[in-house]
Write a protein of this length. Structure first.
Length: 331
C-alpha cells in the first residue's frame, strides 16, 4: 500500500470538516481573513529566498486566511534575510509576521540552508507554546482546511512521501556512501521503514517530501536537523566525496530530515498524510492516471513550483468557478 492512513482517522477528519463548515465562507473574501471561534495550536512557517518567492508568499498567506477553516487564524511566520524587501507587499494586512533570518556563515551559501535555519528558529519560538509547527514552501497553496497538520496528542510529525526518488535509496539495495554518511551522522546503521514515491511508484527507504510538513516543537527535531546539517555541510571529506554531485547537495537537507523523522519518531506517531496534501501540480503530467487529481478543489495543499496558476494558463486540470475567480483576482 502506498498510503498508510486509517479509516478511523478519516472519520475523525470528516467530523472536523463538518465543524469547519460553520466557519468557511465563499472563496472570494474581501479581507482574505476567515474569522472563527475555534482555536488552533499551530503556526505556519515559510522562508522567502527569491524575488519570485516575494510574489508567492502573499498568495500563500491569502490562501491560508481564505481556505484553512479553523486554522485560518493561525500565526504565519515569514523568515527573510532581507525583510525590508517585503514591506511593499503589505503582509501586515494579512496578520503575517516577518522575521529576519540569519544563517551561520559556514553554511550560508549552501542550498536550502535557509529552510533548515528558519525551521530551527521557528521551533525555538514555538516550543512550549504551540503543538504543531507547519513548514510550507512559498510555492504551495492551501485550498481546503489542512486539519491533518494539527498533530494534537496522536502524532509528533505529519509528512508525505517524496514525489520522485531523486537521490532516494532503493529499499532492496544496501545504502550507498551518501546515505551511509547521513546515517552515520544521525547515529544509526540503517533505516528499516520504507515509502513508495508518489509519482514514480518506487519502493525506497523512508524519504519524505519537504514542500510542507508538520512537527511537534517539543521534540527538538528541527534543532537537531540544523546542527547535523551544519556538520555535514562543513565535512570536507563528505562534501568532496559522496556529496559532490549536484543532486546530492540539493537534497541533503531533505535526506537528513527524512532519516531523523524515520529514526527518532515512533512509527505510530509519524502521520503519513494522504495524497491530497502536497499534491505535485508541478509534476501533474507525470502523475499516474490512477493517482492524478481531476480538480484543484479536491486537494488540500498543492505545490505549483515553477508552473503558472493563473486560470487562463491552467489547461490540464479543472478549476471550479469560485476558486478560478479567487485566483484571478489575487495573482
Amino acid at each position: 500500500m502506498w498510503l498508510n492512513y486509517s479509516s478511523q482517522n478519516r472519520l475523525k477528519v470528516k467530523m472536523r470538516e463538518t465543524l469547519d463548515c460553520k466557519v468557511l465562507r465563499e472563496y472570494i473574501l474581501p479581507e482574505d481573513i476567515v474569522s472563527c471561534n475555534e482555536t488552533s495550536d499551530a503556526v505556519f512557517v515559510t522562508v522567502v529566498r527569491s524575488v519570485e518567492a516575494e510574489k508567492e508568499v502573499r498568495l500563500l498567506a491569502k490562501s491560508i486566511r481564505s481556505f484553512a477553516g479553523s486554522m485560518s487564524g493561525c500565526p504565519v511566520w515569514v523568515f527573510s534575510h532581507a525583510p525590508e524587501r517585503l514591506e511593499s507587499i503589505n503582509l501586515e494586512a494579512l496578520d503575517v509576521e516577518v522575521i529576519p533570518l540569519r544563517i551561520p556563515e559556514s553554511i550560508s551559501g549552501y542550498l536550502f540552508a535557509d529552510t533548515v535555519s528558519a525551521c530551527d528558529l521557528a521551533e525555538c519560538r514555538a516550543k512550549g507554546k504551540l503543538r504543531s509547527m507547519i513548514w510550507i514552501d512559498t510555492s504551495c497553496l492551501v485550498v481546503r482546511p489542512p486539519l491533518l497538520f494539527e498533530l494534537g496528542q496522536d502524532a509528533d510529525a505529519a509528512v508525505r512521501p517524496v514525489h520522485i526518488r531523486n537521490v532516494g535509496s532503493h529499499a532492496s539495495e544496501p545504502p550507498d556512501g551518501y546515505w551511509q554518511g547521513i546515517f552515520d551522522a544521525v547515529g544509526v546503521k540503517d533505516v528499516s521503514s520504507t515509502v513508495e514515491s508518489f509519482v514514480g511508484g518506487e519502493l525506497i527507504r523512508s524519504y519524505f517530501n519537504t514542500h510542507a510538513f508538520a512537527v511537534n516543537p517539543a521534540m527538538g527535531l528541527m534543532t537537531r536537523w540544523f546542527e547535523l546539517f551544519k556538520s555535514l555541510v562543513t565535512d570536507k571529506e563528505f562534501q568532496a566525496g559522496h556529496c559532490s554531485g549536484e543532486l546530492h547537495k540539493v537534497f541533503l537537507f531533505q535526506a537528513l530530515l527524512s532519516t531523523l523523522l524515520a529514526t527518532e519518531i515512533e512509527p505510530a506517531r509519524l502521520r503519513i498524510l494522504p495524497p491530497d496534501y502536497n499534491y505535485p501540480y508541478n509534476l501533474h503530467e507525470k502523475v499516474p492516471d490512477d493517482r492524478k487529481a481531476k480538480t484543484l478543489e479536491e486537494l488540500t495543499t498543492f505545490t505549483y513550483e515553477g508552473r503558472a496558476i493563473t486560470p487562463e494558463e491552467v489547461k490540464d486540470i479543472d478549476i471550479g468557478e469560485q476558486l478560478k475567480n479567487w485566483l484571478a483576482e489575487r495573482i
